[in-house]
Design a protein around this ligand. Structure first.
Ligand code: TYM
Length: 329
């Protein structure tokens, strides 16, 4: 019997994290490590499903690793590693691919969106990406997977693949549950609050990157698209204000009622500046930690090497069992 539940999650190293990555996922990762056995991964194998400059990917991967530590992941408490350092992920991907249907992968909305965005590179990896992700989760017998709402469909597919494998070959995989935070599971674009905040947005004002300086962050919030009402309140049809209230609530822990009271009689301008300041102040320690950690290559390498060893020793056990179950000699 395991004494603590197992948590696994991952993030792609494609540039600096956005405020969406932070509020929707990484912020929860740091809280969970106090209570659970946590495993966190820089998903560089996922990143090559879209074209990457190799030198930039190498640098971004190291920076993403430094950044999860800067956000509070403690490599003494949690296992923190880089996906490609543990070959079990590639091997499990193959086994699970043979228990995944073409039809289910065709229904993945993220595949459809990315295929539309990169029509000249609809590669097989982009299509089978959710299988690699299922392997990431199932290799560690994970109970809970903290993610933003956009990953929910991939989690549902992971559960289907695990259940199908268990039925076909006999019990092996723990069936994981998504862990989606109540507030901030879907941080929206500052320029179009009906679509998700995303690092690939063409408009630089749409997205906050967590290492941006205070002035830039405040300026972007001041330019955020809202509505023609003037009252700060959470209500249907006020997508821009709702998004700003969600962000403000996530970084200050204030409830929507408290926020409405705080800005009673004040205009949107005051509110936007306050959100920008609260976000920038909240992220200031992350920026400082990152500057210190990113400069210490030896420490980072030590952490990710040890992390990969620990991750592999867990994953290898599950992979060996899966190999036996499917009939490999
Ligand atoms: P990625 O790198 O796109 O995003 C990392 C995490 O950030 C969340 N997120 C958001 N949350 C709220 N609002 C937003 N605007 C927003 N944008 C991103 C994502 O939901 C995610 O939790 N496939 C995954 C990485 C991955 C993974 C895994 C996750 C690989 N293997 C295994 C969990 C378990 C991805 O591309 O996330």
């Amino acid at each position: 019997m395991k004494d603590k539940k197992i948590i696994l999650s991952g993030i792609q190293p494609t540039g600096t994290f956005t405020l969406g990555n932070y509020i929707g996922a990484v912020r929860n990762w740091t809280k969970l490590q106090e209570e659970y056995d946590c495993i966190y991964m820089i998903a560089n194998m996922h990143a090559i499903t879209v074209r990457q400059d190799p030198a930039a990917l190498r640098k971004n991967t190291a920076n993403a690793y430094a950044l999860i530590l800067a956000c509070g992941i403690d490599p003494e408490k949690s296992i923190a590693f880089i996906q490609s350092h543990n070959r079990c992920h590639a091997e499990m991907n193959w086994v699970l691919s043979c228990s995944t249907q073409f039809g289910e992968l065709s229904r993945m909305t993220q595949f459809k969106a990315k295929a539309e965005k990169h029509p000249d590179d609809i590669n097989a990896g982009l299509f089978t990406y959710p299988v690699l992700m299922a392997g990431d989760i199932l290799l560690y017998q994970s109970d809970l997977v903290p993610v933003g709402a956009d990953q929910k469909q991939h989690l549902e597919l992971t559960r289907d693949i695990a259940q199908r494998f268990n039925q076909k070959y006999g019990e092996l995989f723990t069936i994981p549950e998504p862990y989606i935070g109540e507030t901030g599971a879907r941080v929206m674009s500052l320029q179009d609050p009906t679509s998700k905040m995303s690092k690939s947005d063409d408009n630089p004002n749409a997205c906050i990157f967590i290492l941006e300086d205070k002035d830039t962050i405040i300026r972007k919030f001041r330019r955020a698209i809202t509505d023609s009402d003037t009252c700060v309140r959470y209500a249907e049809g006020k997508d821009g204000i709702n998004n700003l209230m969600t962000i403000y609530s996530a970084v200050t822990n204030k409830s929507y009622d408290e926020i409405e009271r705080e800005f009673d009689g004040k205009g949107y301008g005051d509110f936007k500046t306050a959100v920008g300041e609260a976000v920038a102040d909240h992220l200031a320690p992350v920026r400082d930690n990152f500057a210190r950690l990113a400069a210490d290559k030896a420490y980072l390498e030590k952490c990710w090497t040890e992390g990969a060893q620990k991750a592999e020793s867990i994953a290898r056990r599950t992979l060996s069992k899966a190999y036996r179950k499917v009939g490999f000699n």
